[in-house]
Design a protein around this ligand. Structure first.
Ligand SMILES: Nc1ncnc2c1ncn2[C@@H]1O[C@H](COP(=O)(O)OP(=O)(O)OP(=O)(O)O)[C@@H](O)[C@H]1O
Ligand SMILES: [Mg+2]
Length: 468
């Protein structure tokens, strides 16, 4: 892993940078302070020496005293020449000082303090100078005291080198400490990653441990475990769905194989074979029905949207559907009444399929002579289609699951071959495709099952030009 993408790498670099910044600022401040202190010391040293000699010069009585002054200056000059004196004047008797000829430059600033450079010397001398105009006792002269600034400059250079080493060392140390802090701080994360790695579909109930985790991680682990809960439910649903599918397909397949085996067991006449083929065809059609329904649900689940939305009267669509079911209604001796109307953008084929499924159920669960009521109401941006029929109440605990795939209230009907329990799942899928929902209620001998479709918001989502 590249250091940029590793938390340890980043934290180490950040620690090192922070240390560099803090130590550099500290070093700079100390360097400035040291410079000020050293400069003050130099000036103080210079001032003391200057005042001593200035005092003597101010009290000079005659030219005969110059020899004494020169001797005193000789005595005051240390052998290493860290302090030096010069007297510049036109009068050669007054003139004094080492290497007068080698002075290459004098620069004076405020308070007559400045620098003097002697050829061949690396560091300039720090000087203080005074000018005494000519009087009856001596010619005009300039008196200079200089102290060598070399030792001070060397002290600062040494300090800077020490600082440079300290800053680099401090930075490395901080990086090292940062590395260990980050490394040990990330141990719980590593443990989690190992735990997560060990998760497998064979142990779906396994969860990541939240105990002893830092607060920052326990929230994350809580959310992750929540996702695992949902995955487990979805996985179990899928498993039971697979079991249901197998079960539903097995019955017609067993029938097909059984019928065919019986038919082949001995010589059959043509009419007998036709009968077997007809019976097989019914089973095959049932199989096709299940497969088609499952395919539809799978596509809807993958987010397939309606192809052509048309803003239309739902009552008209319901009447069209009832006409198709005429024969079934007559056979069951039930009637249908359509109440109200609503307009919504729908795909007619999908809408009719959902209404057909609801009517099929209502017809199947109604006694002869019953009246089925289809009610259309527009409310809260949704057009509600509800199909009510008289019949025994569905127990409350089943109502929430009616729309699950393969769910049937009466389990004994499962084997009857009449239904596969996909009708209401398809109603739910159609409602979802139209940004709607489903509902079911059953009380006082009336069962109402229905769905809704969006009346307007859906239109904006789809940007379908067919909607008028
Ligand atoms: N009007 C109703 N009255 C009583 N029970 C109903 C009604 N509508 C649905 N149910 C119950 O809900 C179950 C699920 O209905 P669904 O339409 O999904 O499946 P199905 O009718 O059994 O099979 P399919 O519709 O695939 O032929 C039914 O098996 C039935 O028990
Ligand atoms: Mg049904």
């Amino acid at each position: 892993m590249s250091p940029v993408h590793s938390i340890t790498g980043r934290l180490t670099a950040m620690f090192a940078l922070a240390a560099l910044l803090v130590l550099s600022l500290l070093g700079y401040a100390l360097d400035r302070e040291l410079a000020t202190v050293l400069e003050r010391q130099q000036v103080e040293q210079l001032d003391t020496k200057f005042q001593d000699i200035d005092y003597v010069l101010q009290r000079l009585r005659g030219p005969e005293q110059w020899a004494r002054i020169h001797a005193k200056l000789d005595a005051l000059t240390p052998p290493n020449r860290s302090t030096q004196y010069w007297i510049l004047s036109d009068d050669p008797r007054i003139r004094y000082g080492n290497a007068l000829a080698e002075i290459v430059g004098i620069r004076l600033g405020a308070n007559s303090v400045g620098e003097l450079r002697i050829g061949g010397q690396v560091e300039p001398m720090l000087i203080r100078s005074d000018y005494l105009p000519a009087n009856e006792r001596h010619a005009a002269l300039r008196f200079i005291v200089g102290v060598d600034s070399g030792p001070y400059a060397r002290t600062r250079r040494t300090f800077r080198s020490v600082m440079l080493v300290s800053v680099s060392g401090g930075m490395l140390l901080a990086a090292l400490i940062g590395y260990f802090i980050a490394h040990s701080g990330l141990v719980p994360l590593k443990r989690l990653s190992q735990e997560a790695y060990a998760l497998s579909p064979n142990m779906l109930s396994q969860r990541l441990m939240t105990a002893k985790l830092p607060a920052e991680l326990s929230d994350l682990v809580g959310s992750f475990n929540g996702a695992l809960d949902r995955l487990e439910v979805a996985y179990q649903q899928l498993e039971s769905f697979n079991a249901d599918v197998t079960h539903e397909l097995r019955t017609p397949l067993t029938n097909l194989i059984g019928n065919t085996q019986v038919a082949l067991s001995r010589e059959r006449s043509v009419p007998q074979l036709v009968e077997v083929l007809q019976s097989n065809l019914e089973d095959l059609e049932r199989l096709r029905g299940i497969v088609n329904d499952m395919l539809f649900l799978a596509r809807a689940n993958l987010g397939e949207r309606p192809q052509q939305l048309l803003f239309t009267s739902l009552a008209t669509e319901v009447h069209k559907t009832i006409e198709f079911l005429d024969f079934l209604l007559e056979e069951a001796q039930v009637s249908v009444r359509v109440q109200g109307d609503a307009r919504a953008p729908i795909e007619s084929a999908l809408f009719c399929r959902a209404v057909t499924n609801l009517l099929h159920n209502a017809i199947r669960h109604s006694e002869p002579g019953a009246e089925i009521v289809v009610e259309l109401v527009s409310r809260d941006g949704q057009a509600h289609v509800s199909v009510s029929n008289p019949g025994p109440d569905i127990p409350h605990e089943h109502l929430g699951r009616l729309f699950d795939r393969f769910y049937r209230v009466d389990a004994s009907r499962t084997k009857s071959g009449e239904s596969h329990g996909l009708g209401l799942a398809i109603v739910k899928a159609v409602a979802a495709m139209h940004a709607g929902n489903v509902f079911a209620a059953s009380s006082d001998g009336i069962t109402t099952v229905g769905f809704s479709v969006s009346t307007g918001a859906h239109e904006k989502q789809n940007h379908n030009p067919l909607i008028s």
